[in-house]
Design a protein. Structure first.
Length: 54
């Protein structure tokens, strides 16, 4: 019974780890987009950052 429980919790741990990794990847892509906005039009990028920070 105890052995079954440990086996059943493993996929959940893997899934949460994967979700964290996925969130990190999305976050880095989002940061890249903000950087591109900054590069294309500095003013717009600064406004976008200000709006997001509040």
């Amino acid at each position: 019974m105890r052995h079954l429980r440990t086996v059943s919790t493993k996929p959940e741990q893997m899934q949460s780890q994967f979700q964290k990794q996925q969130t990190f990847e999305i976050g880095s892509i989002y940061l890249d987009m903000v950087t591109i906005f900054d590069y294309c039009s500095e003013g717009y990028g600064k406004i976008l950052r200000f709006v997001l920070s509040t």
